[in-house]
Design a protein around this ligand. Structure first.
Ligand code: ADP
Ligand code: MG
Length: 368
């Protein structure tokens, strides 16, 4: 059994907070182009418990990553990057202090059901859970959208992960059973209920790409280059009529632009389809998004394509697509209500046989 806060620190915590993981339903590689995304919160949560200290010391423990009873420590104001999970805690305290918020040291206990490094945003879930807890503990005057922006800063400025605003916004502002339709340029968002007729499924392919961060940077740079050549600030500023011009760009920029422009249009269509409960249409948008990621954005891998192809054959599934940054990772699917668990198990089994990989069903949550 993992040690509790009381076991580790010898007294109870003062505040507890939690934040879920997220899965992006549609709108991939659009957030850093100022476009639209449609993530939803998943049932798995990261929980944190904290207690203030009189000095400047931070003492931290994570059930997920600490060896039994191992408490890591640092001094507020002396945060240094260690390429280690503690960077997420250090990043939060550094970013808050730089914004002028006064903190004292604290003890923190962390425990997450969100699988780490599986594309369900365990990191944003951790950042946001810590930010929520510190906001409460020190009565910090931080509103909701600024809190999500702080979460992004932790990853961009301290951890060194070039992530967009989608993850912390989804984790902080999408409620359970709701999708968050977010305009990342205007930072406007709306919560869209998921129809009762749908069971979301997430299956991890078991394939992790070691150079994913490098490839992600290349895609971002290609988008910036294409935007500059087309004379716009961000690819968000283009519409389908601009695609003819984009086709004349040096390869592969034209196809990258086509993905971003058509993906933005698919997010808008998906929001409409959700609202009118046109589930077949929604499913087809998922398959079209997957094709676009595979052919135009080139972020899929054969195993992920296989998972999508198996889903296509399944009578209970409306649609499926690669979710997250790509080069491995997970597929999100929409199944008929009541069939999600069975369909996920069936698809994962066929996939395991054909690919030789060891998939895991992440949503609906596999019970251990
Ligand atoms: P993802 O966010 O998709 O899960 P990332 O690579 O962005 O993947 O973040 C995973 C990293 O975040 C982990 O390797 C670890 O450093 C940190 N992390 C996330 N959750 C926890 C946790 N509960 N305890 C300790 N570290 C965590
Ligand atoms: Mg992350």
């Amino acid at each position: 059994m993992s040690p509790s806060f009381q076991d580790l620190f010898g007294h109870p915590p003062e505040v507890e907070a939690e934040a879920p993981g997220r899965v992006n339903l549609i709108g991939e590689h659009t957030d850093y182009n100022g476009g639209y995304v449609l993530p939803m919160a998943i049932p798995q949560q990261t929980q944190v418990a904290l207690r203030r200290r009189a000095d400047k010391r931070v003492r931290a423990f994570s059930v997920n990553t600490s060896r039994s009873g191992e408490i890591l420590e640092y001094e507020l104001g002396q945060e240094s990057v260690g390429k280690h999970w503690l960077d997420y805690v250090k990043g939060v305290t550094q970013v808050l202090q730089r914004e002028g918020h006064a903190l004292t040291g604290f003890e923190i206990w962390i425990s997450s059901e969100v699988p780490l490094g599986s594309g369900l945003s365990s990191s944003a879930s951790l950042d946001v859970a810590i930010l929520r807890a510190l906001r409460e503990l020190f009565s910090l005057p931080v509103e909701d959208v600024p809190l999500a922006i702080l979460g992004q800063k932790v990853e961009n400025d301290f951890v060194g992960a070039p992530v967009g605003i989608m993850d912390p916004m989804a984790v902080h502002l999408a409620d359970q059973g709701m999708a968050l339709f977010l305009d990342t340029r205007l930072m406007r968002f709306e919560r869209v209920p998921l129809p009762r007729a749908l069971d979301p499924i997430v299956i991890n392919s078991g394939v992790a790409h070691n150079h994913a961060a490098g490839d992600y940077r290349v895609r971002r740079a290609e988008c910036e280059q294409a935007a500059a050549l087309l004379g716009v600030q961000q690819l968000r500023d283009l519409s389908t009529v601009d695609l003819l011009r984009a086709e004349k760009l040096p390869a592969p920029l034209g196809q990258r632009v086509r993905h971003v422009v058509t993906e933005n249009a698919r997010v808008l269509a998906a929001v409409q389809a959700l609202r009118s409960e046109e589930l077949d249409r929604l499913g087809n948008l998922f398959y079209a998004s997957h094709d676009s990621q595979r052919r135009d954005y080139e972020v899929s891998v054969p195993e992920i394509d296989l998972l999508v192809d198996i889903a296509k054959e399944d009578a209970d599934v409306y649609g499926a697509r690669l979710t997250g940054g790509g080069f491995g990772g997970s597929v999100v699917m929409l199944a008929k209500a009541g069939t999600g668990s069975d369909a996920a198990a069936r698809i994962a089994e066929i996939y395991a046989k054909r690919s030789g990989q060891r998939p895991s069903v992440l949503v609906p949550q596999a019970h251990s």
